[in-house]
Design a protein around this ligand. Sequence first.
Ligand SMILES: [Zn+2]
Length: 67
Amino acid sequence: MSETSVHVPIGEARVIHVGGCPACRVGVMKYYFTCTGILLAIIFFPLGLLCLFGLQEQRCSHCGVVL
Ligand SMILES: [Zn+2]
Protein backbone atom coordinates (compact mmCIF):
# COMPACT_ATOMS: atom_id res chain seq x y z
CA MET A 1 0.00 0.00 0.00
CA SER A 2 1.47 3.32 -1.04
CA GLU A 3 0.68 6.27 1.12
CA THR A 4 -0.60 9.23 -0.82
CA SER A 5 -0.55 12.65 0.71
CA VAL A 6 -3.32 15.01 -0.16
CA HIS A 7 -2.22 18.54 -0.82
CA VAL A 8 -4.85 21.17 -0.32
CA PRO A 9 -4.10 24.30 -2.31
CA ILE A 10 -3.79 27.02 0.30
CA GLY A 11 -4.29 29.75 -2.27
CA GLU A 12 -7.74 28.46 -3.06
CA ALA A 13 -8.77 28.50 0.57
CA ARG A 14 -8.48 32.27 0.80
CA VAL A 15 -11.95 33.71 0.87
CA ILE A 16 -12.50 37.20 -0.43
CA HIS A 17 -15.38 38.66 1.49
CA VAL A 18 -17.41 40.23 -1.26
CA GLY A 19 -19.63 42.93 0.07
CA GLY A 20 -17.54 43.53 3.16
CA CYS A 21 -17.45 46.99 4.64
CA PRO A 22 -14.38 48.97 3.49
CA ALA A 23 -14.66 51.28 6.49
CA CYS A 24 -14.76 48.96 9.49
CA ARG A 25 -13.99 45.64 7.72
CA VAL A 26 -16.37 43.97 10.15
CA GLY A 27 -19.85 44.51 8.83
CA VAL A 28 -21.41 43.38 5.60
CA MET A 29 -22.64 45.79 2.98
CA LYS A 30 -26.31 45.41 2.24
CA TYR A 31 -28.46 47.02 -0.37
CA TYR A 32 -31.18 49.31 0.83
CA PHE A 33 -33.89 50.87 -1.25
CA THR A 34 -34.38 54.53 -0.58
CA CYS A 35 -37.83 55.99 0.07
CA THR A 36 -37.46 58.15 -3.03
CA GLY A 37 -36.65 55.12 -5.14
CA ILE A 38 -39.66 53.16 -3.91
CA LEU A 39 -41.92 56.16 -4.46
CA LEU A 40 -40.67 56.66 -8.02
CA ALA A 41 -41.06 52.93 -8.68
CA ILE A 42 -44.73 53.07 -7.71
CA ILE A 43 -45.54 56.31 -9.53
CA PHE A 44 -43.59 55.58 -12.72
CA PHE A 45 -44.10 51.81 -12.80
CA PRO A 46 -42.56 49.98 -14.57
CA LEU A 47 -39.97 52.55 -15.62
CA GLY A 48 -39.71 53.66 -12.02
CA LEU A 49 -38.07 50.36 -11.20
CA LEU A 50 -34.99 51.64 -12.99
CA CYS A 51 -34.97 54.56 -10.58
CA LEU A 52 -35.45 52.18 -7.68
CA PHE A 53 -32.38 50.16 -8.56
CA GLY A 54 -30.48 53.27 -9.51
CA LEU A 55 -31.17 54.94 -6.19
CA GLN A 56 -30.46 51.96 -3.96
CA GLU A 57 -27.62 52.45 -1.56
CA GLN A 58 -25.15 50.17 0.14
CA ARG A 59 -25.14 50.39 3.89
CA CYS A 60 -22.95 48.61 6.39
CA SER A 61 -24.71 46.38 8.89
CA HIS A 62 -22.05 47.11 11.51
CA CYS A 63 -21.02 50.76 11.41
CA GLY A 64 -23.82 52.03 9.16
CA VAL A 65 -21.58 53.70 6.60
CA VAL A 66 -23.35 54.49 3.33
CA LEU A 67 -21.57 54.18 0.01
ZN1 LIG B 1 -18.81 49.08 8.43
